[in-house]
Ligand binder design. Structure first.
Ligand code: ZN
Length: 283
């Protein structure tokens, strides 16, 4: 069985349009697909319509950046479908804050020599939902910025390096702290809409040290419903570790590619996982 419960389009920081995503899912013979753009449901209606036409089981979704102590946890809201008011209000505020943050990043980067032509800056800030990949792609389309990344920061000029070494962490030249909702409040908002709250890419987000147990205990207490036990293709070895957590805490398991590009989509899962998901979301 092949499914994908974590995908992005140009409505946040992915590269595919909604029709491209659905067409790729069809070509890959996905049986179940969720759209989980960051902080927005703007593509959801179109997505559901196209999936229906193509006979793909589909779930609306959102990916939310939340905070738990000093950690950033990404929580997927899967199948929000009622009382959407408070959630949408929250998302609108987040999108506004993302733009403010991106402006600060551009100002900081200018000081160290990374520049953008005015026209490109205008185009960037014309985007509705701006994120780090947009910034990285824009900067690296300029040869001077590529050179600077290579010579001053000693990194190959790739989008992921620009994000990882320039924008991502406190102390880096383009880092500006994100405003994030407390994970507890996010789960509450998600539940108000009838959706399930799922911890995304636990291999990145969960602490690996002895604080992991406390974190999971707290997430359980806050009402987390599921865990993305299979994330992407390179991390299959971690499935067992997260399957154990799922069993221990009574969380259901999901699988997703977290695709942001035009090629990665679809994760093979057991019939058992697929059927469990169908029971949770479609019965
Ligand atoms: Zn994601």
């Amino acid at each position: 069985m092949r499914i994908d419960l974590h995908s992005h389009t140009i409505n946040s920081d992915g590269l595919m349009t909604v029709p491209e995503l659905v067409a790729l899912a069809k070509a890959r013979r996905l049986q179940l697909l969720a759209l989980t753009d960051h902080d927005t449901m703007i593509g959801v209606a179109h997505f559901l319509k196209l999936c229906k036409e193509r006979r793909i089981q589909a779930l609306p979704g959102i990916e939310m950046s939340t905070k738990y102590e000093d950690l950033e946890l990404h929580i997927l809201a899967l199948n929000p479908h009622k009382n959407l008011g408070s959630l949408i209000k929250h998302l609108e505020v987040q999108i506004k804050k993302r733009k403010e943050r991106a402006r600060k990043v551009v100002t900081k980067l200018k000081k160290v020599g990374f520049t953008l032509p005015t026209a490109m800056e205008t185009e960037l800030f014309g985007l509705r939902n701006i994120g780090k990949p947009h910034l990285a792609r824009a900067y690296l389309s300029i040869s001077g910025n590529k050179k600077l990344l290579q010579t001053e920061f000693l990194r190959k000029a790739t989008i992921s390096n620009f994000i990882q070494y320039i924008l991502d962490k406190p102390g880096q030249v383009g880092y500006v702290a994100k405003s994030r909702i407390a994970v507890k409040d996010a789960i509450k908002l998600i539940h108000e809409t009838g959706a399930k709250a799922v911890l995304a890419h636990p291999q990145f987000d969960l602490p690996s040290n002895r604080t992991r147990k406390q974190c999971c205990d707290d997430l359980k207490e806050m009402g987390l419903d599921g865990i993305e036990a299979v994330n992407g293709r390179r991390h299959l070895e971690q499935r067992a570790e997260f399957a154990e957590l799922a069993k221990h805490y009574g969380w259901f398991m999901t699988a997703g590619s977290d695709t942001h590009n035009k090629t990665r989509l679809g994760v093979n899962v057991s019939k058992r996982m697929y059927e469990a998901l169908m029971r949770i979301f479609f019965s």
